[in-house]
Design a protein around this ligand. Sequence first.
Ligand SMILES: [Fe+2]
Length: 283
Amino acid sequence: MSDLAVSSALEFRWINGQCFEFKFNNGKTLITDPWYNYPGRLGKRCPPGFTTDDLEGGDYLFVNHGHGDHTANIQDVYDRFHSTVICHSSTAMEIAKCFHISLTDIYPVDSEGTYYFDGFTLQTYHGTHHKIKDDYEGTLKRFGGEEFPGSLDLNAMGGIFNTNFVLTTDQGFRLAFIGGNDDGMLERLRGLNKPNLIIRNKMAGSNVKTNVAEDFAEWFSKVDTQLLVPMHYETWLTEDPEFAEKVFRDMNRILEEKGCVGRVAPMERGRWYSLNLSITSIR
Ligand SMILES: [Fe+2]
């Protein structure tokens, strides 16, 4: 087999949680949900040794929801890159209060909107968080304490909703970024709205360890997209890496058995990958 031509869609890497670094063909960069280096409980699930200095760019910073494991390193990224911080409009003021960010660098978005940036377009969608029992005050127990980033309000709002998106590059490659539950994404991604690649959180919280591969493969087979990059399974990597490996191996086996062309690509944290469109001679 040899490539007749290879064209780059983008370069990207998974760092931790829902934190990805994307580099587009025009050189602009996007970081999602920055959490890679923080003291205390949050630090236990970070990739060892990764710091803000290891990031290659941060023109844009996107926040999916307000929990500390999605906001922990906002200040570090902003201080280094003076990023445009893209967040839902209802969290914009709380983010302004929690972090030292020039107000004109905060870019509020709403659900079901389309936003044009240098190197990519974002379509935003309402999302819901995986089930957690906490009420407003209960958020203190789960996320309280000096070590935790953001305010009580920002963390409480994190349980109320997520903001998902479909990103289209200048060359037309489309990727979906989905935290939490499906919340209608199966319907939204049908037909002409279909992305080439889906980056998705697990189907449930990290404590759920039954039928994980079956349920995730079933959902992905219904979307019928080419590639799935799973995210936010750092708890498994920390506590039970064999389980994570088995889940994604089983998912690919199930997809093959179902006759789906879609495949799961679990990334190594911190490693850069190139996403390409290629024409390859086969016979
Ligand atoms: Fe969360």
